[in-house]
Write a protein that binds this ligand. Structure first.
Ligand code: SAM
Length: 333
């Protein structure tokens, strides 16, 4: 039986951030001015160990979680991540996936696959090096991400690609990305630029609405809508009318989906967030390291979900702009 919250939403998806560090400095996520040399990242001893993460994951599964996404920061900068993948895939019956910037996939894809990972989502915001390097802000070339995608495919991982679209920055990359990933046979998902955290200076004018993105693609490559795979699926699906594949749009700003949100997020230091836009998390590391029994841990998590009221994106307005919020790189995308 899945735990349900105050709005009747079941607990189905768990996103686990394994590190708050990243080797990119995407301007909309970890801008250098904030995440520079002096930034205090978490110390190793503050991070949950793989054993602690596994114990929590098993408890979440007992509460109804069916899908786990490993994220960060950049999850592949956490040493020996494949050991965690092995532990989580041993739980069985789970849809286990990972979100990455792709930079380390050439070295890691095979070991991750061998450890039991079935699929990955690779973030890539443009195929144009000038645009992409201006966005990742560490001069990381497009070609190396494409090599990461190829390495993942060759290793037998199913690959989806995520592209955040920001007005005046990479909207011209929408069509070239759609053409290219249709050719390559990977589902591309366009993400509306969101007001996560406070360091990216988000403005509503920077958002390219999903409807506009779909219209841009549809004008050249005709699309038709597809039914969701399951309740709570984040991306709205569209397929090419000629049968050559599909795209998704994640419209959390213009078409919020809080009513169907079945996700919970665990930060790298073990704080549990019931919304991407939450200010405060629940300290599960203290519960774990305080010696809680499995039953106690189960009850704590059940109570947190049972009291959940979050629906930030539906009530987003001028009044929410100044609210305290955690950063995406901390909580995990
Ligand atoms: N480092 C990994 C990666 O690049 O995919 C995982 C973490 S990253 C925070 C997860 C996803 O969140 C990426 O696709 C990233 O582009 C997206 N993201 C970060 N900040 C965002 C924002 N303000 N609005 C929309 N998406 C954002």
């Amino acid at each position: 039986m899945a735990a349900t919250d105050t709005l009747g939403r079941p607990l189905r998806d768990l996103r686990i951030s394994v590190t708050d560090r990243c080797n990119f400095r995407c301007v909309y996520c970890m801008p250098k001015e904030v995440f520079g040399r002096d930034y205090q990242f978490l110390e190793r001893r503050e991070l949950l160990s793989f054993e602690e993460i596994e114990r929590l994951a098993r408890t979440f599964v007992a509460h109804g979680v069916e899908k786990i996404r490993i994220t960060g920061g950049e999850p592949l900068v956490r040493r020996d991540l494949e050991r965690l993948v092995e532990k989580l895939s041993a739980i069985g019956g789970l849809d286990l996936t990972l979100t990455t910037n792709g930079s380390l996939l050439p070295q890691k894809a095979r070991v991750l696959r061998e450890a039991g990972l079935g699929r990955v989502t690779v973030s890539l915001d443009s195929l144009d090096d000038d645009v992409f390097t201006a966005m990742n802000d560490v001069d990381f070339p497009v070609q190396q991400v494409l090599e990461g995608i190829d390495a993942a495919t060759e290793a037998g991982l199913l690959v989806k690609v995520n592209m955040v679209v920001k007005r005046g920055v990479n909207e011209d990359s929408v069509l070239p990305m759609a053409r290219s990933f249709r050719e390559r046979g990977h589902i591309l998902r366009f993400i509306e630029y969101m007001d996560v955290g406070h360091s990216n200076g988000w403005r509503l004018d920077d958002v390219v609405p999903a409807a506009e993105i779909v219209a841009t693609v549809d004008a050249e490559l005709p699309l038709e809508p597809v039914e969701p795979n399951y309740r709570g699926e984040v991306a709205r699906r569209w397929r090419y009318r000629d049968g050559s594949g599909e795209i998704g749009v994640i419209a959390s700003v213009t078409q919020p989906f809080c009513g169907d949100c079945t996700r919970v997020r665990l930060s790298a230091e073990g704080r549990l967030y019931t919304c991407l836009f939450a200010a405060r998390g629940h300290d599960l590391r203290a519960v774990l390291r305080g010696g809680a029994s499995d039953d106690e841990l189960h009850d704590v998590i059940g109570r947190i979900w049972g009291r959940r009221i979050d629906r930030y994106s539906e009530i987003r307005s001028a009044n929410t702009a100044d609210l305290e919020r955690v950063e995406m790189s901390y909580i995990g995308g």
